[in-house]
Design a protein around this ligand. Structure first.
Ligand code: ASP
Ligand code: MG
Length: 441
């Protein structure tokens, strides 16, 4: 939501859903979480002047929006709430700035303000329009562990709290924040950047919703990231598994965790375009879609690690020892391939890379390639089309491919190549399979 006009569009969409007892889960106004992150960084480094300027910018943006579409007492009440909230932020930023302490926990407390403000604006605007609206504090609904920055959701507690506190009804608009939650002790936490989509499916699943609609600024999930390939087409239907692979392997439209709660509760997830509500959109369901390639995604900033060891020959338990290393350093592994004497994996969390390499060094000779990218071709029954591999390799050549993985799930063919070759490879693959005179598989 960029401004008052976008908030109105959002409310128009919610208004149309009123007969279906909607819960509106909103993210911050666009760019706000990034500014809050800058603020948190300034707090950590003790740059008080910059921190103050950022707060003024944020305040101005929200106050301008409020005055643009609210009037009278309603405006006064909204400004009062926002003012309290900005004072709270100033006190927090001031105290943490003195301590130069921006731990993950305090970072979360700062980032959460964006959603608290945006939903206050939406709520007061809904009242202004005469809607029966209720503002709910997501910190009371979404319960998480204390892994601040990307907290894990405690499902049973979330479900219990949500059912107890949120009572959707036809004609009533419930409004709450995406992205934020709190620990069992009530400390504010967040679900990771882009986490509002995930909040929506979580709350939808907790309430037994019939549908979760994710309103973005692009026409659903496309055959390719529109920033890379402008001719990308909206995918009208996707399976949960395809959508999850795409989200995980780089399609930025939805947060990678979004699909899981919907799968468990069998809820269809729609991805729609706020700017064109009746335009093409993506419907994600459990239904097995038709076979063939659906989309291409990519993810950069990875490391490829190869461990070679003659000790692996005919040994057992070797893979476990390798994966133990990643587990010890709390680092998820994305792709894996093995031969009799070597194992290659990719990781995208590089914080503990040095320690991981040192530990793997005990098990064999280790090679690491940095600045790698994964290009993923996602679709149903990819193996059934024997021309897929030759066409894919032909399209990316002459870029060097350093690893290939066609998951056992048969819905994701991933190629690992250099980051610098990634965008061009994606464009060529898209052209090969979707573009120009070439028909898609
Ligand atoms: N506001 C949060 C972010 O920018 C969450 C979201 O937008 O989904 O990451
Ligand atoms: Mg988003």
């Amino acid at each position: 939501m960029r401004d008052a006009e976008w908030m109105d569009r959002t409310l128009q969409i919610a208004r149309e859903a009123l007969p279906d007892a909607p819960l509106l889960v909103a993210s911050a106004m666009s760019g706000v979480t990034n500014l809050l992150q800058e603020l948190a960084t300034c707090v950590g480094t003790g740059e008080a002047g910059n921190a103050w300027q950022l707060q003024e910018r944020l305040k101005e943006r929200h106050l301008v929006t409020a005055t643009r579409f609210l009037t009278g007492n309603n405006l006064a009440r909204c400004l009062g709430t926002l003012d309290d909230s900005f004072q709270e932020l100033a006190a927090l930023a001031g105290a943490l700035g003195v301590l130069r302490d921006c731990s993950a926990r305090n970072n979360d407390a700062i980032l959460a303000f964006g959603e608290l403000w945006s939903t206050r604006l939406l709520y007061h605007r809904a009242l202004e329009q005469g809607l029966d609206a209720q503002w709910l504090d997501a910190r009371e609904l979404v319960k998480t562990d204390d892994q601040h920055g990307a907290a894990a959701v405690l499902w049973d507690a979330t479900c219990e709290a949500t059912r107890r506190l949120a009572h959707p009804a036809p004609g009533r608009l419930l409004i709450t924040q995406g992205f934020v939650g709190s620990t069992l002790k009530g400390v504010t936490s967040t679900l990771g950047r882009g986490g509002s989509d995930y909040s929506a499916t979580l709350l939808g699943a907790a309430l037994g919703a019939t549908e979760v609609q994710i309103w973005t600024d692009v026409p659903g999930i496309a055959t390719c990231d529109p920033r890379l390939v402008s001719q990308g087409r909206t995918l009208l239907e996707l399976s949960y598994r395809e959508a999850a692979e795409l989200a995980y392997f780089g399609a930025k439209v939805i947060h990678p965790s979004t699909i899981a709660p919907a799968v468990a509760a069998h809820i269809p997830v729609l991805v729609l375009d706020t700017a064109d509500p009746r335009g093409p959109h993506t419907r994600i369901t459990a239904q097995l879609p038709h076979a063939g390639l659906k989309a291409i995604a990519c993810k950069k900033g990875l490391a490829l690690i190869c461990v070679d060891s003659s000790r692996m020959l005919l040994a057992y338990g070797f893979l476990r020892r390798i994966f133990d290393v990643f587990e010890r350093h709390a680092t998820p592994v994305d792709l894996v391939t093995t031969s009799e004497v070597s194992v290659s994996v990719t990781i995208d969390h590089l914080e503990h890379l040095d320690a991981i390499l040192a530990d793997l060094g005990q098990l064999g000779s280790v090679r690491v390639e940095l600045h790698r990218a994964i290009v993923s071709l996602v679709g149903q029954d990819l193996w059934k089309e024997s021309s897929l591999l030759p066409r894919a390799f032909g399209a990316v050549s002459p870029a060097a491919v350093s690893m290939v993985s066609l998951g056992s799930s048969d819905i994701n063919l991933s190629l690992v190549l250099g980051e610098a070759d990634c965008d061009e490879a994606v464009r060529r693959l898209h052209h090969e399979f979707f573009g120009g005179t070439h028909a898609a598989l």
